[in-house]
Structures are given as structure tokens and as C-alpha cells.
Write a protein that binds this ligand. Sequence first.
Ligand code: MN
Length: 237
Amino acid sequence: MTGTSAIRGLVRGDAGALEPIVRRARELGITGWIRQDPEGVVRVHAEGEDSAVAGFVACLGGTVEVQPLAPEGHEQFAIRGVSAGAFVVQEHLATTRHFDFRLEVDGVMRSWAVPKGPSLDPAVKRLAVEVATKVARADFHPREAGARGVIVWDHGTYEQGGRVPWPEALARGHVVFVLHGEKLRGGFALQRTRPGAHAQWLLVKRRDDEARPGSDIVAEQPRSVLSGRTLDEQLAH
Ligand code: MN
């Protein structure tokens, strides 16, 4: 009889290239993730049938320190710690004042208008209205010079997370991701609450080391990461 098992592994020594490990995992029907820390340490999470997990661990290079744990229910095997592209948050005065939250997905900037802006408080859920316009990353240049009524409030790169691969996860209406910005850092989730032409989502900070319960990052850090000006200062300039 075969059961399902899950392990976390820490690979010491040369684990080898990650892509062949991912292919092997998928061949074996293993789900989970692998990531290489900046220091070169490779960590892996693998779950599947007992024999498949054992076979997968055996195919890893170096020496593997294995810790058994309960299966988490992943739907794919993917590399983590790899940037999926850019993210940009702009504060924008149009008919109303709002924040435009943008994620690069497959070379295209996907946008949400967030009236109150993002929060680092996991208890706060911020309405995010999907903007249908999709601009190619190559054509997207977040600038302030010459553009009145907009500042680049934060920017950086992000990692796609979650059990469902992107962009399918977006189509299903639930994505989790990790932001590496100057103000926004750590895990976030976008959950669609109302589909349609102007689909409504909720933007929520996940509970992790970067969470700041009780904080109001938009009020605490209102300045542009490019010019150092607030939107009001930029408008008066
Ligand atoms: Mn806007």
C-alpha cells in the first residue's frame, strides 16, 4: 500500500541546476517547490506518493537533510525565489485620488485601482478594482517628469506564489505573491469578490515577518520613491 508523504529538504553541497530537478519532480508526480537562497543554499518542499518522494530525494545532488511534515496540498512543482517581473504602485489624482497597483504578468502590466492604497496590516482588506487596460511591460514607463497628478509611490520586483500556476490563478480569482519593494515587502494576496467588467478584488497583506499590524504605510510614507515628493508637492510644483 502506498501513502502520501511530504518533506522539507535542505541540500548541502552541489544540488545541481534547478530546472532538471523541476522536470524530474513533475515526471514523478511530485508537487511543492524548490528555492535557492542568495547564499546558495537550496531548500525543497516535496509531496506525493511515498515511493515518488523517496525517489525524488534520491535524485537530488549533494547531501539532503530531510524533515518529514504534513502534506500542504500543492498543485504544481515550481521554482521559488525567482522574480516574475516588476510591480509598481502609483498614486494618481484623476477624478478621484487613488493608487494604481500593477503587476507584470507574462510581459503585460495588470492593473488594479486601489482607492485607499495598500496596507501592511494583515487585518486590513483594501478594495482593488481591476482595470481592463493591459499595457505591455516594454511600453510601460512609470515616470513623473512631465506627468502631473501621479507619483511612483513604490516599485520593485515580485514572486508569484500559491498552489495554482499563474496566469490561471488570476483567471480563477485568487493570487498570492511576494513583493520586494522599498515600502511593500513580503506576502500579499488578491482575492476577487465580484467578477465582471470592473471586477472587485480585495488586496490583503499576508501574515509574515514583513507584516506591520496597526500600521498605515500610505500615511506614514507618502513620498515618491523616485522624486521624494508627495503627490501634493508634485501638484504644486
Ligand atoms: Mn489611475
